[in-house]
Design a protein around this ligand. Structure first.
Ligand SMILES: *[C@@H]1O[C@H](CO)[C@@H](O)[C@H](O)[C@H]1NC(C)=O
Ligand SMILES: *[C@@H]1O[C@H](CO)[C@@H](O)[C@H](O)[C@H]1NC(C)=O
Ligand SMILES: *[C@@H]1O[C@H](CO)[C@@H](O)[C@H](O)[C@H]1NC(C)=O
Ligand SMILES: *[C@@H]1O[C@H](CO)[C@@H](O)[C@H](O)[C@H]1NC(C)=O
Ligand SMILES: *[C@@H]1O[C@H](CO)[C@@H](O)[C@H](O)[C@H]1NC(C)=O
Ligand SMILES: *[C@@H]1O[C@H](CO)[C@@H](O)[C@H](O)[C@H]1NC(C)=O
Ligand SMILES: *[C@@H]1O[C@H](CO)[C@@H](O)[C@H](O)[C@H]1NC(C)=O
Length: 434
């Protein structure tokens, strides 16, 4: 009997799932929130109405036009019925959410165009988010634990007015909850530009966040760091951004307003993250892996196949950048192309290493600028790492391995063979002329 009842229950659930799964809702500029929302002719007027009413597994189709709102997502999908998808109604036309004249703050006091807290199974595809101004604000702000959120093909720009106490960020993902992680997060093919994230970052994952994918995005014209993975801000032992992949992003024109040291892609205390096939150029720095909080260790990173070129300072930097900071360990920096970084001729060269140990720097193609400076390895903190198999292209006519400069601790070695003899590093390096 019990078994029989369970079967009936299962049958009803399956039926319900099927009806819910196919459900569509509509939002258009000619709609009314008192409508049912279930057809184009009975559409809702506001995205907020959909964000408070849509059911698990449904799709919310948003008509073209400008929606002057800030949306708090009060609904979510689930594993059985599927995600709720917010997307464009008209093919090739992207609806706009504008924060012009926004006065309403989200539950946490910040201002955001889309605000999500402790929610799962949501997808946002083909939307444009723009024109929000506040000292602390985001295009999309995701807080707390949860799973399966996707942001795809979002165009987020002109998020302005950030300050030292906040930041006007494109996409913010924070999770302070140590028990429930934010996981299965996908941010793909988004275009983020012209924001004022200082002193924060344009696209940031901070706290207990794992199994994420940040892929195929374009990030440019920012007044501080481009993409950031953070752990340790809430105590060095707290869980940070980890076990994810950051790949095939293109990042450029990233310059810090306050210290000229913003990396296009930065890890601050994260771990086990693969950063590959990205391009960073014309920024303060290309990629930096560090740990800003003393005692924090950024570990097990793989940074490979990136193309880092024409940045103002280093192409690649790793280590807690002074003795008051943490350390980078057990990481691999391989098969990257570093081309004519240190445009500002700071003397730092292509690769800078500070407090770091047991890392491997292998097979990178290094084409320095006219300084011919390869590394700047900090005098006490950076010597416990292995460098080998790099391929060097010295700059200039008739210039050879003898002209390459390696700053290694207190010493400045001129010439690859001198460097090899003195340090036993780079024993299999090759030098080519272009
Ligand atoms: C965005 O802001 C710019 C500059 O203030 C303004 O010209 C434009 O009309 C705004 N667009 C929207 C959709 O808010
Ligand atoms: C999110 O979940 C955390 C941990 O359970 C809780 O402390 C917090 O109040 C929740 N936030 C919201 C907005 O529900
Ligand atoms: C990626 O975004 C661009 C718009 O910037 C769009 O044209 C393209 O179709 C998107 N690619 C995919 C695979 O959705
Ligand atoms: C990398 O991104 C570019 C555009 O940003 C896209 O055309 C290309 O398909 C992507 N490659 C992969 C392997 O996803
Ligand atoms: C490292 O990250 C990958 C995902 O990129 C994950 O599958 C793996 O379990 C993680 N390893 C550890 C030791 O956490
Ligand atoms: C390097 O960082 C580690 C971890 O924070 C710390 O224990 C060590 O003292 C640092 N080394 C120096 C020389 O600052
Ligand atoms: C790094 O990987 C090692 C070996 O898999 C593991 O023991 C360690 O916990 C990892 N460290 C971090 C910070 O993830």
């Amino acid at each position: 009997m019990i078994i029989h009842l369970q079967l009936v229950g299962l049958f009803i659930t399956v039926l319900l799932t099927q009806t819910i799964a196919s459900k569509s809702y509509y939002v258009t500029k000619s709609g009314k929130d008192s409508n049912a929302g279930t057809s184009e002719s009975a559409s809702w007027l506001t995205i907020q109405k959909a964000a408070s009413s849509a059911t698990a597994g449904s799709t919310v189709y948003i008509g073209s036009g400008i929606y002057y709102e800030t949306v708090t997502i009060n609904v979510q999908g689930n594993a059985m019925d599927g995600s709720i998808t917010f997307t464009n109604l008209t093919p090739n036309t992207v609806p706009i959410i504008s924060g012009k004249d926004v006065k309403v703050a989200s539950a946490d006091g910040t201002k955001n165009l889309i605000f999500i807290s402790n929610k799962s199974y949501l997808r946002f595809i083909n939307l444009e988010l723009m024109n929000l101004t506040a000292t602390e604000c985001s295009g999309v702000r995701i807080l707390g634990g949860g799973t399966n959120i996707e942001l795809r093909n979002l165009h987020i720009h002109n998020i302005r007015g950030g300050s030292e106490n906040g930041g006007a960020m494109a996409i913010t993902v924070y999770n302070e909850d140590q028990k429930t992680s934010r996981r299965q997060l996908i941010i793909d093919n988004c275009t983020l530009h012209d924001c004022d994230p200082a002193w924060s970052e344009a696209l940031t994952l901070n706290g207990n966040i794992e199994l994420f994918q940040i892929t195929n995005n374009r990030v440019y014209n920012m007044n501080n760091i481009g993409i950031d993975f953070i752990g340790g801000e809430n105590g060095v032992s707290s869980l940070g951004a980890r076990s994810g992949r950051c790949a095939n992003n293109t990042v450029w024109n990233i310059h810090s307003v306050y210290d000229g040291s913003a990396a296009g892609i930065y890890v601050d205390g994260g771990s086990n993250i693969t950063i590959e096939w990205n391009e960073v150029y014309q920024s303060d720095m290309g990629i930096e892996i560090g740990a800003e909080n003393k005692g924090r260790v950024a570990a097990n990173m793989t940074v490979q196949h990136n193309y880092l070129h024409n940045n103002d300072k280093y192409g690649l930097a790793f280590g807690g950048y002074d003795s008051k900071r943490g350390e980078v360990i057990n990481s691999l920096f391989a098969d990257n192309q570093l081309v004519q970084n240190d445009v500002k001729l700071t003397g730092g060269g292509e690769i800078a290493v500070s407090n770091a140990s047991n890392n491997f720097v292998l097979r990178n193609i290094v084409k320095p600028n006219k300084q011919n400076i390869i590394f700047l390895v900090d005098q006490t903190l950076g010597l416990k790492n292995q460098f080998d198999y790099q391929v060097y292209y010295p700059y200039g006519q008739g210039v050879t391995q003898k002209n390459l400069i390696f700053s290694w601790g207190n010493n400045r070695y001129v010439g690859l063979s001198t460097f090899q003899q003195k340090t036993n590093q780079e024993m299999h390096a090759t030098v080519k002329t272009s």
